[in-house]
Design a protein around this ligand. Structure first.
Ligand SMILES: Cc1cc2nc3c(=O)[nH]c(=O)nc-3n(C[C@H](O)[C@H](O)[C@H](O)COP(=O)(O)O)c2cc1C
Length: 206
């Protein structure tokens, strides 16, 4: 009989304000609800501000290409990509900054975008190799985004291209407006986060 592997979730924390971050609080509510459904769920946390992630430079790009050709993933700079590829689900939390998200999250995307590890070319088409069943993106913003949430749209495309078929997003918008009641907006978003976590739990159970 084969032993059933516990699900593993990669939590990508791109919230630079740490414990003061409302986005992080929303993500923690999502994770806690998910853990209620799936007590054996293993959550691997990648707190990006603590990972010394560096943007790709010319020297790394040359070396990375050679390592990708050889499928040699021993360099520690592949750690983020290896964790991303093996996760059954991925949850990313980032505040809305300057029409998208903090630069550290783009640096993480550069790290997970690895030929022959997280995607492969078939002809000219990239085919995703991530094993995850679902990804969720959690964000908060100071104003109302009125459909111009470039952060969520970009992360959705990244997850889909790299092979994760189901994408959920939760956003608490308008938190910094004088006319807003941030506590009420956050309470509504917590509710949405709970429902999104219920759906992800259902997927991971099957
Ligand atoms: C550097 C920076 C850039 C921001 N840019 C935007 C923006 O473009 N649009 C917006 O609506 N809010 C913007 N905000 C407000 C944040 O999105 C908002 O305060 C958010 O809730 C912060 O999340 P946090 O509590 O998790 O840090 C910005 C805040 C900071 C610090």
């Amino acid at each position: 009989m084969t032993e059933r592997r516990c699900s593993e979730l990669l939590f990508v924390d791109a919230c630079p304000r740490g414990p003061r971050s409302r986005t992080l609080a929303l993500a923690e509510a999502f994770l806690s609800r998910l853990s209620q459904h799936l007590p054996d769920l293993r959550i691997r946390r990648h707190t990006l501000t603590e990972m010394n992630l560096q943007p790709s430079d010319a020297a790394w790009l040359i070396r990375k290409d050679a390592l990708c050709d050889r499928r040699d993933w021993t360099d520690e700079r592949f750690e983020a990509a290896l964790a991303f590829r093996r996760a059954d689900a991925v949850v990313i939390a980032a505040p809305y900054w300057d029409l998208s998200f903090p630069a550290i999250l783009k640096t993480w995307v550069e790290k997970i975008w690895v030929r022959n590890l997280t995607f492969i070319y078939q002809g000219d088409q990239p085919i995703g190799l991530a094993r995850g069943k679902a990804a969720a993106y959690i964000t908060t913003s100071g104003s109302f985004l009125a459909g111009h949430d470039w952060g969520t749209a970009y992360i959705r495309d990244v997850m889909t291209t790299l092979g994760i078929p189901i994408f959920e997003s939760v956003a608490a918008e308008g938190l910094d407006l004088l006319s807003s009641d941030p506590a009420q907006i956050l309470a509504g978003a917590m509710d949405e986060a709970g429902k999104a976590a219920d759906r992800m739990a259902e997927l991971l159970q099957h």
